[in-house]
Design a protein around this ligand. Structure first.
Ligand SMILES: NC(=O)c1ccc[n+]([C@@H]2O[C@H](COP(=O)([O-])OP(=O)(O)OC[C@H]3O[C@@H](n4cnc5c(N)ncnc54)[C@H](O)[C@@H]3O)[C@@H](O)[C@H]2O)c1
Length: 434
């Protein structure tokens, strides 16, 4: 009997990608260069856009949809003929910073209702070790009446795609794969190996693959938190942290991380998944939790720096105007999910500061919908202070007199990314960076 990869390659079976966001859509389109693909998403509005060749996440050009063997649907009844189900739904946290498995368990129900004997399910969503086999697979088994391993195969292949990073498209990122047995590992490895040019790493178990992904982001979070802590120490001493990192970075084994806001749906979220699992096991990892606390405190810290500067200048805080440049969670993307800029805005507004926000990538309507404020049209200075918050390409090459033009003579510039620290002499304004 033909194995799953050969059946997909022969066009006998289709691949269904469940959840077509930043992760799911690129993987679906990449597979659709070679194989028959069904893209399923519960959001009919997003599906309608994709049917017209429009990426709702604004990452993929219309030309990338052309000639692909893919159809998009929001109807779970249309996915039952598929042979491989790839789950790429969100794994957010709730208000108490605990994993919210609603989308993942919902997608598992969709798979459970569609799957047949001999099919595969591969999870790509980031989650804690054990989640695939302990939380998701039992749902599929219950709804399908099938047994994992014996009747259907399970795998986990974490996603490493970096939205906004045009130098690292999906095929250029080495992919970890795992399976529930030798046969599934072989087939999953071949499947991804057929679209990933950078190579495949076969993890020994599904839990290893889950854990590998979660520690990639946890390590990054903890390292950034260390830089944030150092930045607070060095600021008190009038030492520029970015200069310190540049100097220390000349040593072969120093890892260069920079201080900053940690927003988005990965680095600031994933460590909470690991913390949750550890706590379920009676462990209380202090380093990971401390890193989260420090990074989550940075927005309030930055707002306080601004308020202190306004006070030091003798300004009436409630009459002051501050411009924030950048609203997205990171540079050169439109994604505003878990943007920590929002926390700066709210903290400044709590002091009655008049805050205006500009961003060439973010959607004003989305910001209003999610966070209750919209973007200012045009820069209407002079401001009492500017917070350069996100290093969008558009903000990295401003003339040194740009800030003087848009701030009052006694105004200040908070450059969170340290972009203009070498030009502060020419800036003619009070300059501060993290
Ligand atoms: N965005 C990234 O940079 C990135 C990188 C690596 C890993 N990840 C991980 O990949 C996963 C997906 O993240 P994303 O950024 O693509 O999310 P996203 O929010 O961009 O997209 C998720 C899509 O899933 C759909 N969806 C939600 N529940 C569903 C369900 N039950 N059935 C079908 N569709 C459903 C949504 O409508 C949406 O279109 C998460 O676990 C995330 O942590 C994300």
């Amino acid at each position: 009997m033909m194995e799953m990869f050969d059946r997909v390659a022969a066009g006998e079976k289709s691949i269904c990608v469940i959840g077509l966001g930043y992760v799911g859509l690129p993987i679906a389109l990449e597979f659709a260069k070679k194989f028959n693909v069904v893209g399923f998403d519960i959001n009919p509005e997003r599906v309608a856009l994709m049917q017209q060749g429009i990426d709702p996440s604004k990452e993929i050009e219309a030309a990338e949809f052309a000639g692909r063997k893919i159809r998009f649907t929001a109807d779970a009844g249309e996915i039952q003929e598929c042979g491989v189900y790839i789950v790429a739904v969100p794994t957010p946290i709730n208000d108490a910073n605990e994993p919210d498995l609603t989308p993942l368990l919902g997608a598992s129900r969709t798979v459970g209702n569609a799957i047949s004997k001999g099919d595969y399910v591969i999870y790509e969503s980031t989650t804690y070790p054990g989640c695939t086999e302990e939380d998701c697979v039992p749902i599929i088994e219950e709804l399908s009446g099938l047994k994992a391993v014996a009747d259907f195969k399970v795998g986990y292949s974490p996603e490493r795609i970096n939205p906004g990073d045009k130098a690292r498209p999906l095929p250029k990122i080495l992919k970890i794969v795992s399976g529930c047995d030798e046969e599934s590992l072989r087939n999953i490895s071949k499947l991804y190996g057929s679209i990933i040019e950078a190579g495949i790493h076969e993890a020994t178990t599904i839990k290893v693959a889950e854990a590998a992904k979660i520690i990639e982001n946890t390590q990054r979070d903890v390292n950034i938190s260390l830089m944030n802590e150092l930045s607070m120490i060095f600021n008190k001493m009038n030492i520029n942290t970015f200069d310190v990192i540049e100097a220390a970075g000349t040593k072969w084994n120093f890892h260069k991380y920079t201080p900053g806001l940690v927003g988005g749906h990965c680095i600031g979220v994933d460590p909470y998944y690991l913390l949750h699992k550890a706590e379920m096991l009676g462990l209380h990892p202090r380093v990971i939790a401390a890193g989260r606390f420090t990074n989550d405190s940075m927005a309030a810290h930055i707002a306080q720096v601004a308020i202190k500067k306004l006070n030091a200048l003798g300004k009436v805080v409630k009459d002051s105007r501050i411009l924030i440049m950048g609203a997205t969670f990171k540079e050169n993307v439109a994604d505003i999910r878990n943007s920590k800029i929002v926390d700066i805005v709210n903290e400044l507004k709590a002091f009655s500061v008049n805050v205006e926000v500009v961003d060439p990538h973010a959607s004003s309507e989305e910001l209003m919908h999610e966070y209750g404020f919209s973007l200012t049209e045009g820069i209407k200075g002079p401001y009492d202070g500017i917070i350069l918050a996100v290093s969008h390409e558009e903000y990295t090459h401003l003339e040194s007199d740009w800030f003087a033009t848009h701030t009052k003579p006694d105004g200040f510039v908070l450059d969170l990314k340290g972009l203009y620290r070498h030009q502060q002499g020419k800036m003619q304004r009070d300059y501060w960076c993290l």
